[in-house]
Design a protein around this ligand. Structure first.
Ligand code: NZQ
Ligand code: ZN
Length: 382
């Protein structure tokens, strides 16, 4: 272990069949609760009914309509409602977007200024309302981390910020059976790439973190065909759900160098073209691997050997084969791996380059992914 670190993750995980009923014991009795939801999938799959049952006797109100890639415009309405109703606790019921949105709501209800200020300057976050979640989509890890990604529809911007962790999160894999195939594919890609953002950097920093990461990625590769063949396979969906949580709750990041260039470039594609998060990553990662193959050489070889069992040929050939295997993996779950498949071309690349140059953006483990290098990466993705 090369670097000192501090680790603390306070979120209690409640995992398994029928666990939504546990809300009745876990939620505080004397609080005024705001329950936040997305667009209504929970009404079709029985989650809403289970939540209502568990909330009997609690003092709560609801806010509906937190959209995928939650916008500050929608969240301002929830914040205004929360202030007006003097809520003291929040329960998010949904995917990463509802949980992320809830993190901003819980930071902004006690704040006097506009919520967007908190996204741009999280240091302004003071007191936060406590919150918890019922997760319905395995992907982001938001159920057990303190990150949130918020969009500004008016400005066509999307930024991550860090606040605090859910007090507890309920993960019942049964609720994932109703997920659309595309969302499952995006969730698998998001999980896989969360691991890679914390792994595909500097070699020999921690054998434990490496093997933990490789274990999650191998598990996902093993699970993917089972999950895509039958999303009502409980064992496979349960394992996938836990992979997603473990991929971004800090457990694979202890003392190691992180990258996040793929994510931050992906956020720009979502902001400008409204493409689903996991789908943007499956495209950008391939470009990052190609353009940064020298810088990531040792880790690319290790990743290829240990995750895809690529051990034949010269080092250059093994890296080529590893990049192809990664792309094949994303294609096997039904995702696009090229920008043109989504009708995205040079105009968007230019817009992202201009933004990064204007902002002075420097991403990645070496801080060398600026506007110019981002253009090179995205040109590889065309
Ligand atoms: O809104 P509803 O009607 O609930 O439908 C949702 C939404 O349309 C639907 N869905 C969710 N659970 C379902 C379901 N449909 C059927 N059955 C279920 N059980 O799926 C759609 C997508 O939901 P969303 O919450 O947007 O997906 P996801 O969990 O992938 O979240 C994406 C957001 O999280 C951010 C992304 O940037 C994006 O904004 N991320 C958050 C991170 C974090 N907090 O740490 C890290 C990630 O890297 C990511 O950036
Ligand atoms: Zn992600």
């Amino acid at each position: 272990m090369k670097t000192n670190f501090t680790f603390q993750n306070p979120t209690k995980l409640i995992f398994g069949k029928g666990t939504i009923a546990n809300l009745a014991q876990e939620l505080p009795k004397d609080e005024k609760i705001l329950v936040t939801y997305g667009g209504g999938s929970v009404k079709q799959n029985g989650v809403y009914k289970q939540v209502l049952q568990a909330l009997q006797g609690f003092n709560y109100i609801e806010f509906w309509g937190i959209e995928p890639n939650p916008t500050v415009e929608t969240l301002r309405k929830a914040i205004a409602l929360g202030k007006q109703e003097k809520v003291t606790y929040i329960l998010a019921v949904g995917g990463g977007s509802v949980i992320d949105g809830t993190k901003l709501i819980s930071s902004a209800i006690p704040y006097d200024g506009d919520a967007w200020e908190l996204v741009l300057k999280p240091a302004k976050i003071g007191k936060m309302l406590p919150f918890a979640s019922v997760l319905t989509l395995p992907a982001t890890g938001s159920e057990m981390n303190c990150g949130a990604v918020i969009s500004n529809a008016e400005k066509q911007e999307k930024y991550a910020f860090y606040s605090s962790f859910p007090q507890f999160s309920v993960l019942d894999p049964l609720v994932t059976f109703s997920l659309p195939d595309f969302q499952i594919a995006c969730g698998i890609a998001d999980t896989f790439i969360h691991v890679l953002e914390q792994y595909l950097t500097v070699p020999d920093e921690s054998p434990l973190m490496d093997r933990w990461s490789e274990g999650i990625m191998q598990t996902l590769i093993e699970l993917a065909p089972k999950v895509t063949a039958d999303k009502t396979n409980y064992e496979a969906m349960a394992e996938f759900m836990l992979c997603a949580t473990m991929a971004l709750n800090g457990f694979t990041a202890m003392g190691v160098t992180e990258d996040w260039a793929t994510h931050l470039i992906g956020h720009e594609i979502t902001a400008l073209q409204d493409i689903t998060h996991g789908q943007t990553l499956a495209i950008v990662l391939i470009g990052v691997m190609k353009v940064l193959r020298k810088q990531k050489r040792a880790k690319l070889l290790q990743f290829g050997a240990r995750v895809f069992h690529i051990v034949e040929g010269t080092e250059e050939q093994r890296i080529d084969t590893t990049i192809v295997a990664t792309e094949q993996f994303f294609r096997s779950i039904g995702l696009a791996t090229k920008l043109h498949e989504l009708n995205i071309g040079a105009e968007t690349i230019q817009a992202i380059k201009d933004r990064f140059l204007k902002r002075g953006t420097h991403l990645g483990e070496c801080g060398n992914v600026d506007g110019m290098l981002t253009e090179e990466i995205l040109n590889e993705c065309l």
